[in-house]
Ligand binder design. Structure first.
Ligand code: Z5A
Length: 219
């Protein structure tokens, strides 16, 4: 059995990751690819519980920044070993909403943790699994925030703990994502989402087809 492909979607809040994972999954399924979509934190029962701990202050005690890093990584370790690796081994393509680059952008560029240390603990959590391709959806902070504001007002929901961080935090992590992508052009596709979602979807499809041509032809 040919191993599947592991594609991650990254970007600031409201950049359109969920929307474009859904659209790319539909497109790939139409081309005979067996696709599984998932997200971080989450993707397993344990990971979804950790997601709740990270986003909402149920106990009245927010995690300190080091605990926050370790909770994201605990969710990732469980996700990689019990969901992502088995799916790839069965030949599925896994499309994941956020992965290691979110840790580097949010906890590294955002919170200020040393990137080298974060890389080391991340390798421990993933046991060395790396994405085959990463789609970075870039959006300016104001547009991303406006989109989420609209969604919260439609759903009568409230911003979570990380969404409530100050603008400087969100500006730093956006710059962080762009720098990480700039330093690894073989793995990244960078797509601006400051325009109609339909245009963005076409650009993502074309780029994924170009990078994954051989694997797609084999499906
Ligand atoms: N986090 C971390 O700190 N460290 C880590 O290691 C990991 C994560 C793994 C997860 O939140 C949080 O965890 C996240 C980072 C942190 N915190 N923040 N902030 P999440 O998964 O709940 O939220 P998110 O990842 O930020 O996603 P999101 O807020 O749901 O946004 P999205 O998935 O990128 O966007 P969307 O849902 O597809 O679109 C948002 C809205 O915009 C929606 O109404 C769309 O219809 C609309 N949209 C999308 N594209 C367009 C365009 N092109 N034009 C107009 N409107 C659009």
């Amino acid at each position: 059995m040919r191993r599947g492909k592991f594609i991650t979607f990254e970007g600031p809040e409201g950049s359109g990751k969920s929307t474009h994972i859904r659209l790319l999954a539909d497109f790939l399924r139409g081309h005979g690819v067996d696709v599984k979509t998932t997200r971080e934190p989450g993707g397993t029962a344990l990971g979804e519980s950790i997601r709740g701990l990270l986003q909402h202050n149920h106990s009245g005690e927010a995690p300190v920044s080091r605990a926050e890093v370790l909770l994201f990584l605990a969710s990732r370790a469980q996700h990689v070993e019990s969901f992502i690796r088995p799916a790839l081994a069965q030949g599925c393509w896994v499309l994941c909403d956020r992965f290691e680059d979110s840790t580097f952008a949010y906890q590294g560029y955002g919170r200020g943790f040393d990137l080298g240390e974060l890389r080391s603990v991340n390798i421990f959590a993933t046991d060395g699994l790396c994405p085959d391709l990463t789609v970075l959806l870039d959006v300016d902070t104001e547009t991303g925030r406006d989109r989420l504001k609209q969604r919260h007002s439609l759903n009568a929901s409230a911003p979570d703990r990380i969404e409530r961080e100050c603008d400087e935090f969100h500006l730093r992590l956006r710059e962080g994502f762009l720098e990480i992508a700039h330093n690894d052009p073989q793995r990244f596709i960078v797509v601006s989402t400051n325009r109609a979602a339909s245009e963005v979807a076409v650009e993502i499809r074309d780029a994924v087809c170009a990078r994954m041509k051989e694997a797609l032809d084999a499906c």
